[in-house]
Design a protein around this ligand. Structure first.
Ligand code: ZN
Length: 776
């Protein structure tokens, strides 16, 4: 602190500042951008000119990573969203954080108490440097907001911890540019941390990244929100509502959706299709390769049929970005854009920005990474080439790749209209339906928001189709989320909406669920109502792919990298089928239901299915997969590794089956359902008879089988020591399996003349003895 004398002098100097004129602050050197509020960059300093009518208005403050070194998330990922407001406090301006975690309607008596418990933090205070010339706006310098260590504008704490972030280095942190638009202001800056564990160039103890900050004006007239229903899930916004007439604090959940209102209310009331007042418009990034533009657009407009079911025509439209309009920018929040990013990332994503008060979606920019095409090539090739000539090759025809792009575009657009993944949708088309032209109209799954991918069930000669489409569940969920009820609010419309769900759910293809870890109907990458049958057909196709791989992946003069990549994708696909089948063992199906609906939400997978799952695993996974071990392929890209490849995959599958939680579910299913259940003992007997079939028969083992059998021994030994297993029936059953196997091995090992098999059996007996009688 300064001595009193000098403080006074410092104060005196400030007083002189009041005579400062606008042009002293915003000099001729300023680079100005006009919009929601004007921004002025003078060298590295940033000034905002905040109109008085924007003071006290609520705005969203969004922080995204724009560019990072490898390993620290990827460009475009969101790190923080908050609601803020500028507040005037004498000759200062405060930037305040607005909290919507707790709310109550302003008219209720409790509203004051809610406001008091939500005292809003001040993010930063700024001196008013000067007023603008007609005194309608406050000029503040906001540079510090972007050079100090402001948590809301920086990396999340989990990332800061992971990278060993100590502090922001203000010398190496600076604003790059600021741009204003009519409803938003965008700031790009370089942010540098001192970080001991930086994800790349760790020796520099530095993490530098480009951050992008948006401040977006929230609407003045609030959209009527729609209450969530977990049976038709939407992305949502949640808060605790103290204003409701309830005897507890109720979490209120609103779905996120665009504001669609009929342009002709009278026609709408007569039940006619009407255009919305304001359609949802997606612009295609001008950087998109022209040949893909029509397919990206098609993916957007594929959703029109869904909105028609909600009563709207032309509700969603794709448009070219205006070519020569200097006022058009993809950063302008008034425009939703499919951004085309030249990047090796194999992905696309569809985030959106919504009003936290109502769930109204305000803007969305889909991030499209160029290399998503490689992912699509691999999936489509591996899953369909056996039955689909169009998928046979390293490079697809443009029309084929275009249709794949259209599919991903439609999926991402689905996210941006509020729809999350519905992994249950694919579980209720039958395997037989998937082999017919049913797919051409209905898609491989009822929802394009499933991870259903392509029709791997179709066999050569089937008259069918291979692609997902905007399907019946998608149409239903848009109908539920977007149907307009004139004159009703969120409470009075609730009855109609609930009735719509109950009626729809009679048809299982209109159900929604997410993976639970134990539900075989809510899986990723699966299609069809029977994983065993679907996977058998899928494996039959993989065998055909392997038989033809060297031919279909052939490119004169090229190396074998593509052959290797595709082969590895075959192995990966085979592993996915295993996962789908395993999920049935000890499986529990969840159907999201509410009181008043028939049936219960939780049901055990029936005994027959569980048993068939074990039968599949023994036959397709634990029997040596000779078809994968094609020397003609493997010798082209590796000198060794086949035995290890099979061992890794089989061990994974075995450990999935012998998962403690799964085995405990089997115990519970038997306790609860008696003989209707597939018991733990039966499962372990079936597994052992498959994995150790040679012990009973005395047949020769091969190197792959011996590895698998050792993996079984290792897992059993682990279970005997597992804390959780010890508190359940799992340990006694494991002990029983080891004892039974020992007896079979002792009987068989004398009878086999195959040297490796005999040694392996003797070794197994010794290992079992060590586990069962560690002291002996
Ligand atoms: Zn998705």
């Amino acid at each position: 602190p300064l001595p009193p004398q000098e403080q006074e002098e410092a104060g005196g100097e400030e007083e002189q500042d009041t005579t400062t004129s606008y042009s002293d602050v915003i000099t001729e050197d300023a680079i100005t951008s006009e919009g929601l509020f004007d921004t002025h960059m003078i060298d590295r300093d940033l000034f905002y000119e905040i109109p008085l009518d924007m003071v006290d208005r609520e705005m969203l403050l969004l922080t995204r990573i724009a560019r990072t070194p490898d390993g620290a998330g990827y460009g475009g990922s969101k790190v923080n969203t908050s609601t803020v407001r500028w507040e005037r406090d004498g000759d200062r301006v405060l930037l305040r954080l607005v909290s919507y975690a707790n709310v109550a309607d302003d008219t209720t008596a409790i509203a004051g108490a809610v406001r008091n418990s939500n005292f809003e933090p001040i993010i930063m205070a700024f001196d008013v440097e000067v007023m603008n010339e007609d005194s309608t706006a406050l000029v503040v310098e906001v540079t510090d907001l972007f050079t100090d260590d402001i948590t809301l504008l920086g990396l999340q704490s989990f990332r800061r911890q992971a990278y060993g972030v100590r502090r922001v280095d203000a010398d190496r942190t600076y604003v790059v540019r600021a741009t204003a638009f009519p409803t938003n202001v965008e700031v790009r800056r370089v942010l540098t941390y001192d970080a001991t564990e930086a994800p790349s160039n760790a020796a520099s103890n530095t993490l530098s990244m480009e951050m992008h900050h948006s401040m977006l004006l929230l609407p003045d007239d609030l959209m009527e929100p729609r209450l969530c229903d977990e049976r038709v899930e939407y992305f949502s916004t949640r808060k605790i509502d103290y204003g409701l007439d309830e005897q507890r604090a109720v979490t209120r959940c609103f779905i996120t959706r665009w504001r669609l209102e009929p342009s002709d209310p009278a026609a709408h009331a007569r039940g006619e299709l009407v255009d919305p007042v304001k359609p949802i418009v997606y612009y295609i990034d001008p950087a998109t390769p022209p040949k893909w533009v029509p397919y990206l657009k098609q993916g957007v407009e594929d959703w029109q049929v869904a909105f028609e079911q909600a009563g709207f025509s032309n509700a969603i439209i794709a448009a070219d970005a205006p070519a020569d309009d200097p006022d058009w920018s993809p950063e302008d929040a008034r425009y939703s854009v499919i951004r085309y990013l030249a990047s090796p990332v194999q992905n696309a994503s569809g985030p959106h920005v919504h009003d936290p008060r109502t769930g109204e979606i305000l803007e969305s920019d889909i991030q499209w990474y160029h290399n998503v095409m490689n992912l699509l090539r691999n999936w489509f090739f591996i899953q369909t080439a056996a039955a689909n000539e169009e998928a046979r090759g390293i490079r697809f025809d443009d029309e084929v790749m275009g249709e794949l792009i259209r599919f991903v575009s439609a999926h991402e657009v689905g996210h941006t209209i509020g729809l999350p993944h519905n992994m249950q949708s694919s579980a209720y088309y039958t395997v037989d339906q998937l082999r017919t032209r049913f797919v051409c109209e209905m898609g491989v799954a009822p929802s394009i928001m499933d991870y259903a991918r392509f029709n791997y069930v179709a066999q050569p000669g089937d008259d069918t189709c291979f692609m997902p489409v905007v399907g019946p569940y998608d149409k239903f969920s848009v109908e539920w989320g977007y149907t307009y009820y004139p004159g009703k609010d969120r409470l009075s419309e609730r009855e109609d909406l609930r009735a719509m769900v109950v009626e729809a759910q009679e048809n299982p293809i209109l159900r929604f669920s997410s993976p639970t870890g134990s539900d075989p109907t809510a899986l990723t990458e699966a299609i069809g109502d029977d994983a065993m049958r679907a996977s058998d057909l899928g494996v039959a196709n993989l065998k055909r792919v392997v038989d033809n791989l060297t031919e279909w992946a052939y490119e004169e003069g090229e190396d074998y990298a593509q052959l290797e990549e595709l082969y590895n994708n075959v192995v990966g696909q085979w592993g996915r089928y295993t996962g789908h089948v395993v999920a049935n063992v000890g499986g529990v199906v969840q159907t999201r239901k509410r009181q008043g609906q028939d049936g219960v939400p939780w049901e055990m997978v029936d005994r027959d299915r569980q048993q068939r799952a074990l039968e599949y695993l023994n036959r397709q996974v634990f029997a040596t997969p000779e078809w994968l071990l094609e020397a003609d392929i493997l010798d082209r890209f590796q000198g060794t590794g086949a035995v290890e490849l099979v061992r890794t995959r089989q061990t994974q599958a075995l450990n999935q089956v012998l998962n403690v939680d799964r085995m405990k579910r089997l115990v519970e299913q038997e306790a609860f359902n008696g003989d209707d259940a597939y018991s733990l003992g039966e499962m372990l007997d079936d597994l052992r008879s498959g994995v150790w079939s040679e012990a009973g028969s005395g047949r020769e083992t091969d190197a792959y089988r011996r590895n698998l059998q050792r993996a079984w021994l290792v897992r059993m030994a682990e279970l005997m020591e597992d804390e959780e297993a010890m508190q359940s029936d799992v340990v006694p059953f494991a002990r029983g399996q080891l004892g039974a196997l020992r007896g079979e091995l002792a009987a068989a090992s004398g009878g086999t003349s195959h040297r490796a098999t005999r040694l392996h059996f003797e070794d197994a007996i010794a290992r079992i003895d060590a586990v069962l009688d560690p002291g002996g």
